[in-house]
Design a protein around this ligand. Structure first.
Ligand SMILES: *Cc1c(COP(=O)(O)O)cnc(C)c1O
Length: 373
C-alpha cells in the first residue's frame, strides 16, 4: 500500500510494510574490527534501504531493504544538474553496559530536520515516523557493524531527485535512501584542531538555504575548505554573509566559546544549521548550571579575548566528531592560540557528559536514547 504524504506526517507506519530482500548469510561481508583502518563513512555495510516517492503511483512506495549496490541514473537526471539532494547524519550506539542493547540518539530530531530540509528544497518530505522506523529496521539487520564505544555506526539518510530531463524545475519523483558505515572517532587523535577564519567567502546567507542540510551548501564550501587546509587548518570558521563579522559555524559543525563564567554560541540566525549536538550541549550546560548564551558573536572580540586570555576555550560540535576542541584560530597569516593549543576542562566535561549519555554509560535524564533492540 502507498500513500501521498500530507503535513503532519504521523501514523504512516501503519500503512507501510518494509520489504526485505536480504543477502544470504554466507554472502555477507564481515564487519571490520576496531584495529582496522576505518576512514569515516567509507565502508558500506551489507544492506541499504530505499523508498521512492512516485506521485503517479499514489506517493510513497513500500520501503525496501536490499543488498548495498550502485544506483543507475540517466545523465540528464535532475539530480546531476540542479542539485536537489538533502541528507541527515546520526549514529547507532552499542551500550557500554549491555552489549546487546543498541540505541539511537534523538532520531526524531533528524526526522524533523530532514522534513524541513525537504520543504526548503521543494522536495517531498519523508514521513517522520517512517524515518525513525526505517532506520531501526535497517540497523537491526546490520547491527554487527556497530563498533563498540567510542565507535558507533554512522547512519546516512539521504533524499535525491529522480526525474529525468534537463529542463529547470523541481523533480516530481524522489528517492529516499539510508546507508550505514562503521565509525571510529572522526578526528583520530585526541588533540585540538585549528580553524581558518574565512573573511570573504560565505557558507550561507539569510534567505538562503543554510538551515537545510542540502548538498549545495557543502559543494560551495569545498573551495574555502581547501584554502583552509592549504593554510594548515582543519576547518573553516564561517562568518555571516552580510557584515563578515559574526561567527556562524566551523566547517559542518556548530561552535561554542567558553569564558570563565559563561559559554557563548551563535544564535540561530536563519543561516545556521540547527545542530542536534548543539541543542544537546545547551541542555547539558543548563543542567550543569553553566550559563550559556545564544547571541551574536563578533569575531574581532573573540580574537581580542583569545589574546588576552579571557576566552578560555573554544570547541566545535556535531554528530560525526561530537566535540572538537579548537586550539588555534588562523586569521590571514596570523595564528592566535586558545588555551595554549590544549584541550580545556569545560570542553572535556561537556564531551564526557554527552558521550556518556550516547554510549549508555551515564543515565539519560532527557530521554534522548531510543532503544532499537
Ligand atoms: C550537520 C551539520 C551540523 C551539526 O549538526 P548535528 O545535528 O549536531 O550533527 C552543523 N553544521 C552544519 C553545516 C551541518 O551540516
Amino acid at each position: 500500500m502507498s500513500l501521498k504524504s500530507t503535513n503532519g506526517n504521523q501514523n504512516f507506519i501503519n500503512h507501510f510494510k518494509i520489504i526485505k530482500n536480504l543477502l544470504p548469510r554466507h554472502k555477507r561481508k564481515a564487519p571490520p574490527s576496531l584495529n582496522d583502518h576505518i576512514p569515516f563513512g567509507a565502508i558500506p555495510t551489507n544492506h541499504m534501504l530505499i523508498c521512492d516517492y512516485l506521485p503517479r503511483k499514489n506517493g510513497w512506495q513500500n520501503p525496501e531493504i536490499l543488498p548495498y549496490k550502485p544506483f543507475s541514473f540517466s545523465p540528464n537526471s535532475v539530480v546531476f544538474h540542479y542539485g536537489q539532494t538533502i541528507f541527515e547524519g546520526l549514529k547507532a550506539y552499542r551500550s557500554e553496559c549491555n552489549e546487546k542493547e543498541i540505541f539511537l540518539f534523538r532520531p526524531d530530531k533528524n526526522a524533523e530536520r530532514m522534513a524541513k530540509s525537504a520543504q526548503r528544497m521543494g522536495m517531498e518530505p519523508f514521513p517522520e515516523d517512517m524515518f525513525v522506523h526505517c532506520i531501526k529496521e535497517l540497523v537491526k539487520i546490520d547491527k554487527d557493524w556497530i563498533l563498540p564505544s567510542p565507535g558507533a555506526l554512522y547512519i546516512r539518510p539521504s533524499m535525491i531527485a529522480l526525474d529525468k530531463g534537463v529542463s529547470y524545475r523541481a523533480s516530481q519523483d524522489y528517492r529516499f535512501f539510508i546507508i550505514l558505515s562503521p565509525s571510529k572517532n572522526y578526528f583520530t587523535s585526541e588533540t585540538t584542531i585549528s580553524v581558518y577564519i574565512e573573511r570573504n567567502l560565505s557558507r550561507a546567507a539569510i534567505g538562503g538555504a543554510g538551515e537545510a542540510k542540502c548538498g549545495g551548501n557543502y559543494a560551495s564550501s569545498l573551495l574555502p575548505m581547501k584554502i583552509a587546509k592549504d593554510k594548515g587548518a582543519e576547518q573553516v570558521l564561517w562568518l555571516d554573509a552580510k557584515e563578515h563579522k559574526y561567527v556562524e559555524e566551523a566547517g559542518a559543525m556548530n561552535v561554542m566559546f567558553v569564558y570563565k563564567d559563561k559559554i557563548l554560541t551563535p544564535a540561530l540566525s536563519g543561516s545556521i544549521l540547527h545542530g542536534i549536538t548543539r541543542s544537546s550541549v545547551i541542555q547539558i550546560a543548563n543542567k550543569l548550571n553553566i550559563p550559556i548564551e545564544e547571541t551574536k558573536v563578533d569575531i574581532n572580540q573573540i580574537i581580542l579575548d583569545a589574546k588576552s586570555g579571557k576566552l578560555t576555550e573554544m570547541f566545535a560540535c556535531g554528530t560525526a566528531a561530537v566535540i572538537s576542541p579548537v586550539g588555534c584560530l588562523l586569521d590571514g597569516d596570523e595564528k592566535i592560540e586558545i588555551n595554549n593549543g590544549k584541550i580545556g576542562d569545560v570542553s572535556m566535561l561537556l564531551k564526557n557528559e554527552l558521550v556518556g549519555i550516547q554510549s549508555g554509560k551515564l543515565p539519560d535524564p532527557f530521554g534522548w536514547r531510543q532503544l532499537i533492540s
